[in-house]
Design a protein around this ligand. Structure first.
Ligand SMILES: Cc1cc2nc3c(=O)[nH]c(=O)nc-3n(C[C@H](O)[C@H](O)[C@H](O)COP(=O)(O)O)c2cc1C
Length: 330
């Protein structure tokens, strides 16, 4: 028997939003201003706790609550230090939605659910999606190979991953990786997702706290300038910097057969902050998705959400109703 597919409306009820659109949790590239603008426009804004000290996360949540009274999410990469302190803050502040990633959902899902949160886990394969569902999560993010940030080793693209995950689990699937506008959102829903999560697109917004030099580099980025690197340490999609940059150093080391220890030494500490928050394009780590090749404007985040939703409704009704996709093919 074909199982019933969770609808975008069901996902919205789960997240408490008007639209099935999530602004992703991202190290060094989220903050209360961004999340509140997304929330006010009807999407789900997220604070990326992976680059915050416990006191910072507390302060961000308080500022976000003061700016916007509706739902928002916190993303916690489970491999980071300070996970326990973050979880305590999340429970104490009554955060309504938590996205967990980079680790097993077994350890924290029960705790978060007991605290009253909706739990969403990020996966890169159908097998991980099933494990997350077994652990009791309310939804999963299926994040494809195109995505910015840390990524699965499987290299499965969004186009192939979303239908496989949607088939494997009964909980709503949120598609991520390469989605940046109404058309890619519509495509993700056609593949079986109930909603979408966009990361790179929201780096390129006025309220994003990423450094202006990083945003300019993204605006100038061409296709083929990002690559999934450091697969022997933690796979991450990086954007090429100027000649001799960290990107070139990693490329050279990997081509030369460097082992995990050598790569870890090269990575060192603090590179992500240096690149994305401080704008050091030469020595910093620049995390962004393949879709960077298509991003060259810098809208306000609320305006962006409204435009995507408006275009989405228009394509979904006008183009579908007018039979655009099969015109002349009968
Ligand atoms: C700069 C940057 C930092 C990211 N940091 C995190 C993170 O801390 N935790 C996480 O679960 N995903 C992280 N991601 C992945 C995003 O949450 C999201 O799934 C991804 O950006 C979607 O693909 P897209 O960039 O093509 O939209 C990051 C992505 C970017 C671009």
């Amino acid at each position: 028997m074909k199982k019933e597919r969770p609808t975008p409306d069901a996902l919205c009820r789960l997240l408490g939003t008007r639209h099935p659109l999530v602004q992703a949790g991202m190290v060094w590239c989220t903050g209360w201003e961004l999340a509140s603008e997304v929330g006010k426009a009807g999407g789900l804004g997220t604070l990326g706790a992976g680059s915050m000290y416990p006191e910072e996360l507390k302060a961000e949540i308080k500022q976000l609550k003061a700016a916007w009274g509706g739902p928002f999410a916190v993303n916690v990469p489970l491999l980071y230090p300070d996970v326990e302190a973050h979880m305590e803050t999340i429970a104490a502040e009554g955060v309504s939605v938590v996205f967990t990633s980079a680790g097993s959902p077994k350890k924290w899902t029960g705790f978060l659910k007991k605290a009253g949160a909706t739990v969403v886990h990020v996966v890169s394969s159908a097998a991980f999606a099933r494990k997350a569902e077994d652990a009791g999560v309310d939804a999963v993010v299926a994040e494809g190979f195109e995505a910015g940030g840390h990524n699965g080793r499987e290299e499965t693209t969004t186009m192939c991953l979303v239908p496989e995950v949607a088939e494997a689990v009964s909980v709503p699937v949120i598609a991520a990786g390469g989605i940046h506008d109404a058309r890619s959102m519509l495509a993700a829903l056609a593949l079986g997702a109930a909603g979408v999560q966009m990361g790179s697109r929201f780096v390129m917004t006025r309220e994003n706290p990423a450094h202006a030099a990083f945003k300019q580099r993204i605006a100038d980025a061409a296709a083929g300038e990002t690559r999934l690197m450091l697969k022997d340490v933690t796979p991450v999609r990086l954007l090429r910097g100027p000649e001799g940059s960290f990107f070139d150093q990693v490329s050279e080391a990997e081509e030369g057969g460097a082992d995990a220890e050598a790569l870890r030494l090269l990575l060192g500490r603090g590179r992500a902050k240096r690149g994305m928050r401080e704008g050091d394009l030469l020595e910093g780590e620049l995390e962004i998705g393949q879709v960077s090749a298509l991003l060259n404007d810098l809208p306000g985040a609320g305006q962006l959400v409204e435009q995507i939703v408006k275009d989405f409704k228009e394509f979904n009704t006008r183009e579908m109703a007018e039979g655009f996709y099969w015109k002349g093919l009968e």
